[in-house]
Design a protein around this ligand. Structure first.
Ligand code: ADP
Ligand code: MG
Length: 712
């Protein structure tokens, strides 16, 4: 069934000195090497393998006929058009062209015998085709379906088809796997029972030119064995690249950081911290803490992702890791994506650590973008001398002027908001010592297992899968925005009972100005509807100091209702806030909603989250939108929500800065291809160990020079 031969290869794209527009277009689309073209798959197919007698052509179907022209006239009414009558001996049909050239008249002259392809329309006046494709009749019929490729205006379909045919002949089709390695799971039953997957060559040849008897549905849903092969190889390339980069990293050196032993007169720093904390660690926090400590004690740089739902207590775990490093005389950096978040880390960690560090004459430094020159200079000096044991801040921490004395551990909060370049910059901060710092990345967006297994395969992952005790579960309600007034009344009651409320307006991505006016208007509306209640406003355009001032007022309980755009998305910790209203909830991703919702329910009071969804004029919201939001009411489990988000929205949301288009899987789908993913994970290390040239060849074939994207 994979024997369908491609149509004979046409003229090759010529290799003249100055590239033609079509060649330039190929370049621009990244279709450079033969394998790139071979992997450029058709959008759909056309069946030109048979001639249909006109009398059998069903209305609405696209058919190919061979017929003789019996009349050819230009009509002027109701508009200028060329009308051609044809007859194939079984029936007649009328062809209409609303735009045509003299060449049409010549080719379509009475008596011409043509092969014509188009959609048959019925009608009172008999069969018709509008603007059908045509050429002279006769000639061999192709034996395979004709591919229709995604392309651009400068690159004609016919040119691209020829280029692909040529490319398929030029690819060096060396076997991907040595025979000793396990083949991808056999995925289909052929005529003779279970069949192995076709080779990559056969699979691609088939997908470009499938036999006409193929079940098109299996091509569309990518379940066809040829598709399985393609997906298996793509996943294998991804695994090889990631596991390779992990091996490379294992050859690098990092400071060995061991918890100091307790002595008769002093406890080590991390134990001192534990002693001042107002709570006991959860079992999950202790477990991940031990995992991190084990990494730090190795001479190889740690590359670990600490995952935990909002409120699961990642900060303490990070602080304990920092203590181990600082106790050994090294420096730590903690970076957060926004100033507000950094501020909170700063406040909390300072409260915990400063007194402990002060005993040893060390301190905590603070680096953000909008700092005063003088303050900044002072901080930089502390960092360079090593007096600052801990450096907290935003992206400012990794700027070039920041010179650490001996940075041993870098902690990145909300890691998906940082780019590859920034992580690389951090890793270079210990270059003077010929080493790399340990890297701990934190994320409150739980990454579904399949994603962790694929895109994050080069990371170690620790999961805090337990919330601290005493949290009251958040009740989530879906309410149509036509009932906004009731919600506002409820807010009044909450505030009167001494509680505080968040009101979140969605970020309007296309227009920051609109976003702002929207939040401002909501602020005015709520102020008016809730007389006597102090309503605050926080939005992305405010200066850092203004934001800080508003947050401080809210934390202190002097603001009852805080209207905000998503700037509060992460990190805000006000235990007295017990109600969150999210407007236009349908515009948010589920994981984002989950993060937002995590801002309430931090204290002992029963907390609620109201998702207001917009309805259209007939009072209905799109069914899918509501179905999606329902997941929020059904579960508080961040992993379950992330899994559904992945199903609905694909991996882009999770990858953040990793979301370089090149790094995304083009063919495999993590929601359906778990068996293939597991196979690729198992085979990649065997291949790297036993057949390194094959592994290198495979990565080069799939990723070319792009594999670096995956490595930082
Ligand atoms: P996140 O994982 O979202 O960053 P945080 O580290 O901000 O969570 O912790 C959320 C809140 O829970 C903080 O107020 C923190 O002090 C508190 N907390 C952390 N660990 C515990 C614990 N084991 N018991 C009780 N409270 C805790
Ligand atoms: Mg946090």
């Amino acid at each position: 069934m994979f024997a369908a031969t491609p149509p004979s290869s046409g003229p090759k794209p010529s290799a003249k000195s100055s590239p033609s527009p079509a060649q330039k277009a190929l370049q621009k689309m990244g279709l450079v090497r033969p394998i790139d073209l071979a992997l450029h798959l058709p959008l759909r197919y056309e069946d030109e393998t048979r001639i249909t007698p006109l009398k059998n052509a069903r209305e609405g179907s696209v058919v190919q006929i061979e017929a003789t022209v019996t009349a050819c006239d230009v009509q002027l009414h109701p508009r200028r058009q060329l009308v051609v009558a044809v007859d194939d001996g079984s029936a007649t049909c009328e062809l209409r062209f609303f735009s045509f050239y003299p060449s049409h008249l010549k080719a379509l002259a009475v008596g011409a015998q043509l092969r014509i392809r188009g959609e048959v329309k019925g009608g009172f006046w008999g069969r018709q085709m509008l603007h059908p494709a045509f050429r002279a009749a006769g000639g061999e019929l192709p034996r395979a379906l004709t591919p229709v490729y995604p392309t651009v205006a400068a690159l004609p379909q016919a040119y691209l088809r020829r280029a692909v045919v040529t490319a398929l002949q030029r690819v060096e089709w060396a076997e991907t796997l040595a025979p000793q390695l396990p083949a991808p799971p056999m995925a289909f039953y052929g005529q003779n029972g279970l069949q192995p997957l076709p080779s990559l060559r056969d699979a691609l040849t088939f997908l470009h030119h499938p036999a006409p008897d193929v079940a098109l549905a299996t091509l569309e849903d990518h379940s066809h064995p040829a598709w399985q092969r393609l997906k298996a190889e793509e996943l294998l390339a991804q695994q090889l690249s990631q596991q390779q980069s992990r091996r490379e990293r294992d050859r690098l050196r990092a400071p060995v950081l061991q918890p100091a032993p307790a002595t008769a007169d002093a406890l080590p720093l991390h134990e001192q911290l534990l002693a001042v904390l107002p709570f006991d660690l959860t079992a999950a926090q202790r477990r991940v803490g031990a995992e991190i400590a084990a990494d730090l004690a190795r001479a190889v740089p740690m590359h670990r992702l600490l995952q935990g739902d909002v409120g699961s207590g990642k900060t303490v775990v990070a602080a304990l890791a920092a203590c181990i490093a600082m106790d050994a005389g090294w420096q730590c950096a903690l970076m957060a994506p926004t100033e507000i978040l950094a501020e909170q880390h700063f406040a909390k960690l300072i409260g915990w650590l400063e007194p402990l560090l002060a005993v040893h004459g060390r301190c905590v430094a603070w680096l953000v973008g909008g700092q005063k020159k003088k303050e900044r200079a002072a901080m930089l000096a502390l960092v360079e001398s090593g007096e600052a044991a801990l450096v907290i801040g935003t992206h400012a921490v990794i700027q070039e002027q920041v010179r650490f004395k001996n940075l041993a551990l870098a902690i990145i909060d909300e890691q998906h908001r940082f780019g590859v370049a920034q992580r690389l910059a951090l890793r270079q901060k210990l270059a003077a010592h010929g080493m790399e710092p340990h890297l701990l990345m934190m994320s409150a967006t739980p990454i579904p297992r399949t994603l962790a297994m694929s895109y994050y395969a080069d990371l170690d992952v620790s999961v805090i899968d337990e919330l601290p005790p005493g949290r009251t579960p958040i009740v989530t309600k879906l309410i149509a925005d036509s009932r906004k007034d009731e919600v506002i009344a409820r807010i009044g009651a909450q505030v009167n009972a001494g509680r505080q409320v968040y009101w979140v307006c969605p970020l309007i991505e296309e227009s920051e100005a609109l976003d702002l006016s929207n939040a401002t208007a909501t602020h005015a509306d709520l102020s008016e509807a809730l007389p006597g209640v102090s309503v605050g406003l926080l939005h992305s355009r405010m200066a850092g100091s203004e934001k800080k001032a508003v947050m401080a007022e809210f934390s202190a309980g002097r603001i009852g209702v805080l209207v905000s755009t998503t700037v509060i998305e992460v990190g805000v910790d006000v235990p007295n806030a017990s109600l969150m209203v999210i407007e236009h909830a349908e515009r948010f991703g589920l994981s984002q909603l989950h993060q937002l919702r995590g801002r309430v329910g931090r204290g002992a009071a029963a907390s609620a989250c109201v998702l207001l969804y917009a309805t259209n004029d007939s009072g209905r919201v799109g069914e899918t939108a509501k179905e999606r939001l329902r997941a929020m009411a059904e579960t508080n489990d961040g992993f379950e929500i992330a899994r559904r988000d992945l199903e609905i929205r694909g991996p882009g949301e999770f990858l953040g800065a990793r979301q370089s288009g090149d790094a995304l899987l083009r063919f495999a789908d993590l929601a359906t291809d778990i068996a293939l993913l597991e196979w690729a994970r198992a085979v990649a290390p065997l291949m790297l160990d036993r057949f390194p040239p094959l592994a290198a060849q495979h990565v080069a074939r799939w990723l070319g020079g792009k594999s670096d994207y995956l490595k930082a």
